[in-house]
Design a protein around this ligand. Structure first.
Ligand code: ZN
Length: 87
């Protein structure tokens, strides 16, 4: 069967719970503006917990990124040059 086209334009959204990209709105899909179809099948408390974890993960990822940059700076203090030596 051919897929029916939706009147509204599909949007690419990121699920707040699992961070998956999904399209919205899709006919007959349970997905909402905030959660993908899969997560809409989960109890609200579970989705809430996922959201909490995601915030924490984003936080930690930012910190790791920061530390990595700092480490990089310390390990190669003068790496901006092309490596040419005077002589
Ligand atoms: Zn999801």
């Amino acid at each position: 069967m051919a897929r029916q086209r939706v009147g509204d334009e599909l949007q690419r959204r990121v699920c707040r719970a699992c961070q998956e990209t999904y399209e919205y709105p899709v006919p007959r899909s349970l997905a909402t503006r905030f959660y993908c179809e899969l997560c809409m099948g989960l109890p609200a408390e579970v989705r809430g917990t996922f959201e909490k974890f995601n915030r924490r993960i984003r936080d930690l990822t930012g910190q790791v990124e920061q530390l990595r940059r700092e480490l990089d700076r310390r390990q190669s203090p003068g790496s901006a040059g092309a490596g040419a030596q005077s002589g």
